[in-house]
Ligand binder design. Structure first.
Ligand code: ADP
Length: 746
């Protein structure tokens, strides 16, 4: 790197509307910058502080950003500033930065904040020249900072920006909405009431659509896709009336705040209330969720997202060209990527423009394929009856069952599979207690309302077993499949289920009844299944872990204490790694790495150093099978003894709470998507003379199928986990966030 392109100091600030997860990003920016020996400042109160300078711009150390990961909002404050919109305001801002040798910015905000930042970056050389001409700064200082480097991160609960599949805060907002709608659901059902729930989103229906999908709401109105016809109110009422007639105890409509009709006239939640009261004669209540959606502790995903994006933003500033255009760092198809910032802002604005021009088809097209697909699925799932059978579709009979350990999201998957299967004109049979139930003939037909309310329910209503059939079992299962005329199986479960499915698939040479497609769908809190970056249930477990760890940490306010927390995961360290990142652990022990005595000696040394330097709270996360002998109890004893009077140690084994609870919004959405694709797979394969069997997975953000025959190759059989685990690449990020890099650097 040439001397000229050397970066000075870096500053980070949050601007515009606050969003949960912003603190994770600030923490990551500070720790990454420090690990690379770059000075880093926080600008308090966004552009207001940038213009004011003085105490509003302060250096931050790695320790000072400890203890903020779990906090909602932005600890460095976020504000709007009219003065920054003026050139004079921006000149002051430039001077404030130059006085501190700052020439690189990470801005975390919405499109307004990012637009303002880009203007500032483009004007920088002129502003610097003006400051020199006015004698406000020296020529040498100006020469040392000829350009301003800029990276933007999107903090916004609306998920309305291009350049990132998720914005920081969206997942948490979905948690808040889902919790509220689930709660309203139970009161609405008790009184057989109708509820209209208004969620945020002026130009973007993401929160409304995804929360409707996740909660099993009955209708949704979003800005990008207004009702097709002017008689929409009548059609909505007809559909909702039909729902009542089949026995729904509540009516739930989710309205985005920017909902409108085809002519651009707003449809407010009160309009919908009036319609429901007049047309349906129902007692109807409105709940406007408002700022509740922005509040509260960030979800596990937002903590991870903020962390990963903050880390990548600093990498981009330090490693990119000095005079490159401003970049937006985001997550796309599960990868951290960067794009030209202003191009993304323009594209984002174009959706709002299309909506304003009533060009809704184009607005939907710009939102991308999976948004339209989700809307289509939502509409099918919320019907009161399956569609009329199509003459070209052959009616088939598919079975659905679970195997393995319980995972939140299993019921959601079954609901989606049953409704989407019935809607295609097929018969769906539920199998009780997994492959054992299949062997014993515990099959029952599922109808449209059997699975009503299952979207949000934890556990597994169909029951589960860990049974893997032997030769005799396989022969009996083949017999049962013939008896019940089953033409395909959807297995929603974990590794045991994959193994059982594989055993049946292999035996198809000997049993013609087994020459049917089997689709396996990964549900396991451990995320230990091949062919998928994520399994359904892991996100819920992670959120459960971090909620517990937040509480455990709070119990230690008065003393110097280190917690050793044991999490589940079986032979896979995913939960430990991700909860370590999301809860801010000093050290994570994984089964993939084991625990060596030399690690322990080093870790004890690091802990002692940290507590000597004023650390008050330590967190160590140990995956349950990290090492057979260095148990959680052993670690507790070791740290307790070596910590002496410096700190005390407590252990917490979180146990089965991690497998329970209602599924998180992400798990519900993923379960629905995966189940829908599996049903399409079964339908497609059942038409073929030599049908394939496969497991579905999420790779690079896309769903795809891998042949079941390849299962043995994709598994590390001895270790009982996938041979390839992409999340292991997060070790480096975990080290930087735990200050291990800085500690080692001296
Ligand atoms: P958001 O970032 O959430 O979209 P705003 O649009 O309110 O929030 O913008 C936040 C702040 O960013 C504004 O108060 C202003 O200081 C700055 N800003 C926004 N747009 C511009 C602009 N075009 N030029 C200069 N500054 C801007």
């Amino acid at each position: 790197m040439s001397e000229q392109s050397r970066i000075g100091n870096l500053a980070v600030f949050t601007s515009g509307g606050d969003a949960p997860g912003m603190n994770a990003a600030v923490r990551a920016v500070v720790r990454t910058a420090r690990s690379r020996d770059v000075g880093v400042y926080a600008v308090y109160e966004g552009y207001l502080g940038l213009v004011e300078g003085g105490p509003a711009i302060q250096p931050l150390s790695t320790d000072e950003v400890g203890g903020i990961l779990h906090q909602g909002g932005s600890v460095i404050g976020s504000a709007r500033s009219e003065e920054f919109r003026t050139r004079e305001g921006r000149r002051k801002a430039a001077r404030n930065l130059l006085e501190r040798d700052i020439d690189a910015l990470v801005v975390i905000g919405g499109d307004g904040s990012l637009t303002g930042a880009d203007l500032f970056r483009r004007e920088w050389p002129e502003l610097v020249a003006e400051l020199v001409a006015g004698g406000e700064i020296s020529e040498a200082l100006a020469a040392a900072h000829p350009v301003l480097r800029l990276v933007g991160l999107v903090g916004s609960i609306d998920n309305d920006m291009f350049g990132t599949d998720m914005t920081i805060g969206t997942d948490t907002a979905l948690h808040r909405i889902t919790e509220a709608v689930d709660a309203i659901h139970s009161t609405a059902a008790s009184h057989q009431r109708a509820f209209v729930i208004e969620v945020m989103g002026r130009n973007c229906g993401y929160l409304a659509l995804m929360s409707a999908l996740a909660t099993g709401a009955n209708w949704t109105l979003i800005p990008e896709s207004p009702p097709r016809d002017d008689d929409w109110a009548e059609r909505m009422c007809t559909a909702l009336r039909a729902g009542r007639e089949i026995g729904r105890r509540q009516t739930m409509v989710i309205v985005a705040e920017g909902a409108q009709d085809r002519h651009g006239n707003p449809i407010t939640s009160h309009d919908v209330q009036q319609i429901l009261e007049e047309e349906l004669g129902e007692d109807c209540r409105v709940t406007i969720l408002g700022h509740v959606q922005r509040g509260g502790a960030p979800s596990a995903f937002d903590r991870y997202l903020g962390t990963a994006l903050g880390h990548a933003a600093v990498g981009r500033l330090l490693d990119g060209d000095a005079d490159e255009e401003a970049r937006l760092v985001g997550i796309r198809e599960h990868e951290i990527v960067s794009s030209p910032l202003m191009a993304m802002v323009e594209k984002t604005k174009s959706v709002a423009d299309r909506i304003a021009e009533h060009d809704y088809d184009e607005a939907m097209r710009l939102r991308g394929g999976s948004f339209a697909e989700s809307l289509h699925r939502f509409r099918t799932l919320t019907q009161s009856h399956p569609s009329e059978p199509r003459p070209d579709v052959q009616r088939r009979r598919f079975a659905v069952l679970h195997a393995g350990g319980p995972a939140p999201g299993m019921n959601t998957a079954v609901r989606a599979a049953v409704r989407l299967g019935l809607d295609e004109g097929h018969d769906i049979v539920g199998v009780r207690r997994g492959f054992r139930g299949l062997r014993d003939g515990a099959l029952e037909p599922m109808d449209w309302m059997t699975i009503s309310g299952w979207t949000s329910r934890g556990g597994a209503e169909l029951g589960i077993s860990r049974y893997i059939p032997d030769e005799r079992g396989i022969a009996t299962i083949a017999e049962r499949l013939r008896e019940h005329e089953i033409e395909g199986i959807l297995m929603v479960g974990g590794l045991t289920g994959y193994r059982a499915a594989h055993a049946l698939h292999r035996a198809r040479e000997h049993h013609p009844e087994l020459r049917i497609p089997i689709a396996c769908m990964p549900t396991s809190i451990n995320n230990d299944l091949p062919g998928s970056e994520l399994s359904v249930g892991a996100d819920t477990a992670l959120n459960s872990i971090i909620n517990d760890v937040d509480k455990i940490k709070q119990s230690a306010v008065a003393s110097r204490r280190c917690f050793v927390v044991e999490v589940m995961g079986n032979e896979c360290g995913y939960l430990a790694m991700m909860s370590g990142l999301a809860a801010g652990a000093e050290r994570v022990y994984l089964p993939e790495d084991g625990i060596a005595l030399s690690d322990l000696v080093e870790d004890v040394g690091d802990l002692i150093t940290a507590f000597r330097h004023g650390k008050r709270l330590g967190l160590i996360i140990r995956s349950e099978h990290a090492d057979p002998l260095y148990t959680t109890g052993f670690l507790h004893a070791l740290f307790e003894k070596e910590g002496g009077d410096l700190f005390d140690v407590r252990e917490a084994i979180l146990g089965h709470v991690q497998q329970g609870g209602d599924p998180s919004p992400f798990d519900r959405i993923l379960a629905t998507r995966m189940a829908a694709s599996c049903m399409e797979f079964l339908d497609g394969q059942a038409r073929r003379s030599g049908p394939s069997s496969a497991f579905i997975g999420l790779e690079g953000g896309q769903l795809h199928f891998t042949s079941l025959s390849t299962l043995p190759e994709l598994l590390d059989v001895e270790a009982a986990r996938p041979a390839h685990q992409p999340w292991l690449a997060l070790r480096e990020l975990a080290d930087v966030m735990a200050n291990r890099v800085e500690v080692k650097a001296g």
